[in-house]
Design a binder for this molecule. Structure first.
Ligand SMILES: [Zn+2]
Length: 367
């Protein structure tokens, strides 16, 4: 059985499609119905336990449930053959590689395999008493990504605002997309399919403004990535130092620099596959408004830019959408439901993709 990836639907690059397809074919033996009892040729069982293959499998499957199922199948098929280093690597990266398919069941399965393989003090034999086995330093710094928690960024508004009619309207616009509400500024090309069904945002913290931690930006990226997963693709975030490159992985480099003199905080370059954040623009914003919640702004910017990589080029006319902008040079304004007026005391635009952002994206991707 092959992966549930529709190459025609998602992949724009023929060579990438071919690369992924050949990897899939290489990884999974072709199973003819009726031969499912022993699908793995005996002699190939052991060399097939490679963390890298597990990762490629995980990144190739778009559907969360299928991904979980395949992960469990993979672990039961190859897990017992795994060298300790391989299973250690898999276990440490489950959250990153599987995303929401990293369920309790997968977690537990990997943990059992890991504990069964954990070497004792001076030998590489399986330890029977894992509680006294020495801790083996993880190779590289792989576990740092796996242990990062996704933190919810709630809007920081005062109590009065939180109970206001305008704020309630914003919330309902975020949660629900009514018929005919999808509209854009016609300022960009027609929506297209996402660049790839599976993208990895590789974050490099170097050059970030002072006071902005790597953890905070990582968390912002993960929030945006998993929110856009609702469109049907799989967006994963990794730190550059933890990332081992593989040509079959579709990468977007996330970086801080002012080389392009952006003038805005963020820029998605579809051709170069870069998401650039401007330290200068970020610091200017901080200077202009010290009380502003800068990480919320960064969340909004990152969610917006990630949206461009999902195939949405033009900007949304609906003010609340993360892909919106509020007004154009001609003085035309964005729309708020029921002729609502733009509030002055809080940011109306959503921090994460709204129901309309996601619906528009699904329409563009036929999901
Ligand atoms: Zn934009």
């Amino acid at each position: 059985m092959l992966f549930n990836v529709n190459h025609n639907v998602f992949l724009t690059s023929r060579s990438l499609a071919a690369g992924l397809l050949s990897l899939c074919l290489g990884l999974w033996p072709i199973v003819v119905p009726g031969q499912t009892k022993n699908p793995v040729p005996e002699e190939k069982a052991s060399p097939l336990c490679k963390a890298e293959d597990f990762r490629t499998m995980a990144y190739s499957i778009n559907d969360v449930q299928v991904r979980e199922k395949r992960a469990l199948e993979w672990l039961s098929r190859y897990g017992k053959e795994c060298a300790f280093k391989e299973i250690e690597l898999i276990r440490a990266n489950l959250a990153v590689w599987l995303g929401t398919a990293d369920t309790d069941k997968v977690h537990q399965t990997a943990k059992e395999l890991y504990l069964a393989k954990k070497p004792a003090a001076s030998t590489l034999e399986v330890s029977k008493n894992t509680s006294t086995a020495p801790v083996i330093a993880p190779s590289g710094s792989i576990d740092t990504t796996a242990t990062k928690k996704v933190k919810k960024l709630a809007n920081k508004v005062d109590e009065k605002t939180a109970v206001s009619k305008e704020y309630a309207l914003r919330e309902s616009e975020i949660a629900q997309c009514l018929p005919n509400e999808i509209a854009n500024w016609n300022d960009g090309a027609k929506d297209t399919k996402m660049l790839s069904p599976s993208m990895v945002y590789v974050y490099e913290h170097q050059g970030a403004p002072a006071g902005v931690s790597e953890d905070a930006v990582f968390s912002v990226l993960q929030q945006a990535a998993s929110a856009w997963d609702q469109c049907g693709g799989q967006n994963t975030v990794m730190l550059k130092r933890d990332f081992f490159d593989n040509k079959s992985i579709f990468k977007i480099a996330v970086q801080w620099n002012d080389d392009d003199k952006l003038g805005t905080i963020g820029l998605a370059n579809i051709t170069k596959k870069t998401l650039t954040l401007s330290p200068e623009a970020f610091l200017n914003l901080k200077k202009a408004n010290a009380s502003r919640h800068l990480m919320e702004t960064l969340q909004m910017v990152v969610s917006h830019e990630v949206g461009h990589f999902q195939g949405l080029t033009a900007h949304s006319r609906r003010c609340v959408d993360v892909l919106s902008y509020y007004a154009n040079d001609a003085g035309e304004k964005c729309f708020i439901r029921d002729n609502g007026v733009m509030p002055k005391n809080f940011e109306y635009r959503s921090l994460l993709p709204t129901a309309c952002d996601i619906q528009r994206c699904r329409m563009a991707n036929n999901n």
